[in-house]
Every structure is written in structure tokens, then in C-alpha cells.
Write a protein that binds this ligand. Structure first.
Ligand code: SIN
Length: 278
């Protein structure tokens, strides 16, 4: 361990609050190495009271991976790689408002994301995270035997998740993005850094197993989703203004809670470039 920062675990399964680091300042290599291993281990890290400029947000994110532009949405003014995650007081739908893992419809989905909280409702608007390595480890053997070796077709265009993006895309669609992305990935992937096995399907984007149609795939998919939603895999992040949250998108699902109608919530998001899952 190091004496540059402290780590407070959020639940046995996932998440940690990190204290002692100013993310606007350079981070020495040994401290960064330690932070990276805590990130891989705990999968979602929250740093409070940061209030970064967009340039500082980008500089911090670049310490972990190359930056990947989020498809579909234009970035904030002057920063195409920073996507605004916004809900307005008069809106009822929140961006990404269901359990999902980001951009698994791409050939190389995001490795992670770094979110910065700028405007928050007085109460609510938390984000839940779930550990999908633990979901794989605890999957009943009969289900594990059925899914090992299967591949899943993932689409950006499933109805539920598409609806959560509508308002933002009407406002600021990136016209260079195609209408939809589709990719096929192993249902059980191996984490490229930690070597963990991960249950890599998510309800927002999974359409069917390769070689099976939707009707044939649905019963097994539903069993996997039910397992993935167990509270024992989760933590709940309560935001505070200026907080920075980074998650490992390869090994987690997240769920932004939509319980703050009538209030504005604005976060800035940077996506980290990932690998082709294997
Ligand atoms: C997302 O990137 O899915 C949004 C996360 C959030 O709004 O908490």
C-alpha cells in the first residue's frame, strides 16, 4: 500500500472511495500504478471534491487509456471527446437509464469511463454498479455450462436503451455516427489486464446468441439477467458536486437511477478505449 491515498470499500462486492488525491495535479508513477490496481480490483472508484476543468478531466483520464469518443453524441463546446450526460427538469427519461455496459455494440467496447459531476439534484440521481466477474464466479453450474463458448450479438438499437438517448440526440446528434452499431462478443470474456472471467451480456444491448434466433435465446438470456441483478454484486454511488467516478466497463454493469424528476443533473463523461473482447 501507499501513503498517497486511502481506500474505503463501499460493499464487499465492488466500489471504493479514494481520498487524498488532487486529480488536477500530476500523479507520480508509483501512485498511479497503485491506483490502477485498486481500480481493476474494486472496479468503480469515486473521488470527491475535485472540480476539474475539461482539460484536467481529459489529462487525468489519459493516464489510464487512450480516450475514445462516445458515438452518437457531440461533445461539449471545444471538447469533442467529453460527452455531456444531461437530464433537464422537464424530462422524464434519463440517459442510459437501465442496467448496461457501455458500447458493447462496438468491436472494441470502452475499457472504462471517467465521469465528473457538475450539477446534481438535491437528492437522488445515484448510480449503481454491479460486479460481473462475481456474477460469473457465482453463476449456477447448469447455466455456466450452457453459456461457456456462446457468443452474443449486441446492438446499439434495442428499443429500451435507444429511448434513453432520444432527447440528447435530438439536441446534439453526431451526424458522423451510423444509425446503429452491431458486434458479436463472447458471453464469457477474459479481462485483458486482471485475467478475470466476466459474464459479458447485458439486457440493454444483447439481442440473441450467435446461431440462435431471438425467441430461442430469450429464456437463457432472461436467466442471466436475473442473476446479474442480484444486490450482492452491487454498490450504490451517491454523487456530490465535483466528484469524479471512474469505472472498469469491461467487468461491470451500471444503472443511473431516475428518481429526481423536476431537477437538472449534468455530468461530463470521457470514455476510455478498450480491446476486442476474447
Ligand atoms: C451512463 O454513462 O450510463 C450515465 C451514468 C450516470 O448518469 O450516472
Amino acid at each position: 500500500m501507499n501513503d498517497a491515498f486511502t481506500v474505503e470499500l463501499l460493499t464487499p462486492a465492488i466500489g471504493a472511495e479514494i481520498d487524498g488525491l488532487d486529480l488536477s495535479q500530476p500523479i507520480p508513477a508509483p501512485v498511479l500504478g497503485e491506483l490502477r490496481s485498486v481500480w481493476l480490483d474494486r472496479k468503480a472508484l469515486i473521488f470527491r471534491g475535485q472540480r476539474l476543468t475539461p482539460g484536467e478531466h481529459l489529462a487525468f483520464s489519459t493516464l489510464f487509456a487512450e480516450i475514445d469518443k462516445y458515438p452518437f453524441l457531440n461533445g461539449i463546446d471545444g471538447y469533442p471527446m467529453i460527452a455531456p450526460i444531461l437530464k433537464l427538469p422537464e424530462e422524464r427519461v434519463n440517459f442510459g437509464g437501465m442496467w448496461h455496459s457501455d458500447t458493447c455494440y462496438l468491436e472494441a467496447p470502452a475499457a472504462g469511463a471517467v465521469l465528473h459531476a457538475l450539477e446534481l439534484p438535491p437528492l437522488g440521481g445515484d448510480t449503481l454498479f454491479a460486479n460481473m466477474a462475481l456474477a460469473w464466479e457465482t453463476l449456477p453450474t447448469d447455466l455456466a455450462n450452457q453459456v461457456e463458448g456462446l457468443r452474443v450479438v449486441c446492438s446499439s438499437a434495442k428499443k429500451g436503451i435507444s429511448k434513453t438517448r432520444e432527447a440528447r440526440l435530438n439536441e446534439s446528434r453526431d451526424e458522423s455516427s451510423p444509425e446503429a452499431f452491431v458486434s458479436v462478443h463472447p458471453v464469457v470474456r477474459t479481462h485483458p489486464e486482471s485475467g478475470e472471467k466476466i459474464l459479458y451480456v447485458n439486457e440493454a444491448h444483447a439481442v440473441h446468441f450467435e446461431g440462435q434466433d431471438e425467441a430461442a435465446s430469450e429464456p437463457l438470456l432472461q436467466k442471466l439477467y436475473a442473476h446479474q441483478r442480484l444486490p450482492e454484486f452491487q454498490c450504490r454511488i451517491q454523487w456530490s458536486e465535483g466528484a469524479v467516478l471512474m469505472w472498469d466497463n469491461r467487468s461491470t454493469h451500471h444503472y443511473p437511477v431516475n428518481d429526481y424528476h423536476g431537477h437538472r443533473r449534468l455530468l461530463h463523461r470521457i470514455s476510455l478505449k478498450g480491446d476486442v473482447p476474447f
